[in-house]
Design a protein around this ligand. Structure first.
Ligand code: HPA
Length: 274
């Protein structure tokens, strides 16, 4: 058994000792969405601090807990606060929560985030359904001894964001939805204008500092993945204004009510499919 898996089993045991709940959908909340978890029918809460060996986020404003409950009739586990590679965690740490949510029973992973557009057709406040990703600027979370209990050594990534889930989200959206490719860079600095240009040339539409690594770990384990990104700003150099974390937060907060509606409607419909 790999060390990573041993650690995961310990975290799972901690969860089992405290919580009696089997989620079907795992939802990761990005910037601006933190309080979504307070709007659902909550059954239980588990602070990351109370899980032995669990990585705890250092980002201010991120709560750091699992919320268990129901969106409509669908049992969900929500990550209120994720850990990021730029905080200094290893990729094993970053994807441990994703793996744990699979062990809890979740078959679908619903990823959300805020990102910068590198596509001139997008504007701040748009939503982009993620249809594919580029993750090569950060290490793969699958590097290291493969844990066969989780998945294969050489894992297929031809359809990380499942077409059937994308179709459900399209149907659920009552607002125009962009569709595109998400590029994960390490951060924590925002990109230079030429890095934004590079992302565009490579075929990216939005750039951010999370998500793709979690999607790889989930796909490796056979979870069905979908994701929506809130375009919080245009990439650096696409306007003549410098970029700030305040701008990202302001946009993410402004469109959060629409984002929450879209997530709820999507999960209710996904629940009917699984
Ligand atoms: N770049 C990287 N990550 C981000 C951005 C951006 O422009 N906006 C929100 N997250």
């Amino acid at each position: 058994m790999t060390k990573a898996y041993e650690r995961l089993l310990k975290c799972y045991q901690c969860f089992k000792d405290k919580i009696n709940f089997k989620p079907e959908v795992a939802l990761v909340l990005g910037s601006g969405l933190g309080d979504y978890a307070d709007t659902i029918r909550v059954e239980a809460v588990l602070d990351y601090h109370d899980i032995e060996g669990f990585p705890v986020s250092t980002v201010s404003g991120h709560k750091g807990r699992f919320v268990f409950g129901y969106v409509g009739d669908v049992p969900v586990v929500i990550m209120q606060g994720r850990v990021h590679y730029y905080e200094g965690y290893s990729m094993e740490d970053v994807v441990l929560p994703t793996r744990l949510m699979k062990m809890m029973g979740a078959r679908v992973l619903f990823l959300t985030n805020a990102s910068g557009s590198v596509n001139y057709d997008y504007k701040a406040g748009d939503f982009m359904m993620i249809t594919d990703q580029i993750s090569n600027f950060v290490p793969s979370p699958l590097i290291g001894p493969n844990e066969e209990m989780l998945g294969e050594r050489f894992s297929d990534m031809s359809e990380i964001y499942r077409k059937d889930l994308c179709e459900i989200i399209r149907g659920a959206a009552q607002i125009p939805l962009q569709e595109g490719t998400y590029i994960q860079l390490s951060g924590p600095n925002f990109e230079t204008p030429h890095e934004v240009k590079m992302c565009r040339i490579l075929g990216g539409d939005a750039v951010g500092m999370s998500t793709a690594c979690e999607a790889i770990a989930a796909n490796h384990m056979g979870m069905k993945v979908c994701g929506i990104s809130c375009i919080s700003n245009l990439g650096c150099g696409m306007t003549d204004q410098p970029l700030s974390a305040e701008e990202v937060k302001e946009t993410a907060d402004r469109v959060a009510p629409l984002f929450k509606q879209l997530i709820t409607e999507s999960i209710v419909r996904i629940g009917k499919m699984i």
